[in-house]
Design a protein around this ligand. Structure first.
Ligand code: SF4
Ligand code: SF4
Length: 80
């Protein structure tokens, strides 16, 4: 079985940059999902270390691995 991104709020098309769900209008994170989950490959491709608020900062949880095209569950939008 191949490894895939999980179907959680962090990989949902309805996640706004403020980490608020556009459907339910509440703050969400990678621990949650719902029946309205919408997988958006464009969004997944757009979210990566280079636009994470922690990129190249001391509070990045994986500084040795952080690079373009990589993503971890600690990602947070850089422009909030
Ligand atoms: S609560 Fe549902 S619709 Fe909202 S971001 Fe999470 S998975 Fe997507
Ligand atoms: S996504 Fe994770 S590894 Fe990448 S910069 Fe953000 S915190 Fe660091």
């Amino acid at each position: 079985m191949s490894i895939r991104l999980s179907s959680n709020c962090k990989s949902c098309a309805e996640l706004a940059e403020s980490l608020t769900c556009n459907v339910h209008n509440v703050k969400v994170n990678e621990k949650y999902t719902c029946d309205s989950f919408s997988n958006a490959s464009e969004l997944i491709n757009a979210i990566q270390c280079t636009n994470c608020t922690f990129f190249k900062k001391d509070d990045c949880s994986k500084p040795a691995q952080a690079t373009e095209g990589m993503l971890c569950s600690d990602w947070a939008p850089a422009d909030v």
